[in-house]
Design a protein around this ligand. Sequence first.
Ligand code: ADP
Length: 438
Amino acid sequence: MIRAPSHAWWHTLSRLAAWLAVCTLAGAALGSAPGGLTFGLAAALGRQYLRLHRLLADLGGRRRLPAPDGWDLLAEIRMQLYRRQREARRRRQRLQALLTAFRTAAEAMPDGILVLSRRELQIEWFNRAAAGLLGLQKRDIGTRFRNLLRAPRVADWLAAGAAEPLFDLPAPNDPARRLQLRLIDYTAQQQLLIVRDISKLLQLEQVRRDFVANVSHELRTPLTVIHGYLDMIDPSEHQELAPLIVEMQRQSGRMTQLVEDLLTLSRLDAADHLELEPVPMAPLLASLLAEANALSGGRHRIALVDSAAVDLLGSARELHSAFSNLVANAVRYTPADGEIRIEFAANDDGGARLAVVDSGPGIPAQHLPRLTERFYRVSASRARDRGGTGLGLAIVKHVMQLHHGRLEIASEIGVGSRFACVFDRDQVLPRAGEPVRS
Ligand code: ADP
């Protein structure tokens, strides 16, 4: 029932006035009107104090306030308190239900979830999946996360800020199970660690890789035979079939190159590290120049600038394959009379870079981030016409990753492109026979 406070005031005062009038009249009848009034005031005050005392006792106890009845001021105060208490109780129940729902959802998640303190990365809470994936128990609450997973990769990942997810980590209690860890900012005091079982995903990825490798391998022999026989046919001896034979030779050459590139990628995919050896750069650069000249057939001006005076530490075979891909692209996409430069130079940080620079048509900026994806081409028809497989830059990127380096691409429309393989100082050796530079 909603009543206006002015109503309660009016009710209280009128009742008090009526009571005092009755007491005064009774006092007058008994011979002392002031005596009756004094008695009435004392009784009214006493009653109010008693009611205030009860209200205070009700508020002090943790019990629910009883629903009030009555019309005066104290009843009104009780009513307001009763309503507030009921509202607060309902709000608390709603929050509790929401919290229970969130907890149940977090418990039911197939991914492991851990709440960690931000500074020390202490475990504050984890769900059932996290317990299963990381072998956690209730007593691990309060333990530092880095003390639980002691793999050096985890320590390096945390030290580097854990901005990117950590991929393919063996589970502590079952190394056959592979995990992905991801640290997410949560609140000002906490971080959320998501642990995902990616064993199935990695298995599927392996099946895909094996499939591509097997298909490429199976195709290689028949293609080599067909290509070999086609090469033996001289189109000039079969005038009417000449265009057909030339096209067949071109297409079988493309297919053979495609299979070779797929096999190279499969080999790189399977290798998680390379056998490193000193790679003498002078002969490698000379052979790149010779390849460029052979591919160009004199249509371009090609120069080699070797100012690094260092050699590389890496796999000669893979580095040669990566650099040749860049050189072949420069020759392929630069129009006749264009300029191509192969530059090998030292970096200020002690590393080195091999760059292939051309004066070709350039690549629109929006394509640059995707160029190293498999089969990504700026113009599919043009790339195919020029004999590209769409796998060249994917191979280069992969080779650079295995050498802990990177591929940098810069290009300007109408000016040309620059593809640079950048190596850390760890991959650089003094060149045999050269004085060491300070
Ligand atoms: P492809 O075998 O088609 O050349 P790549 O992976 O080597 O495949 O290159 C991907 C795409 O990048 C090419 O299709 C081409 O559009 C572009 N590209 C690569 N190198 C150059 C270059 N030097 N100049 C212009 N475009 C290039």
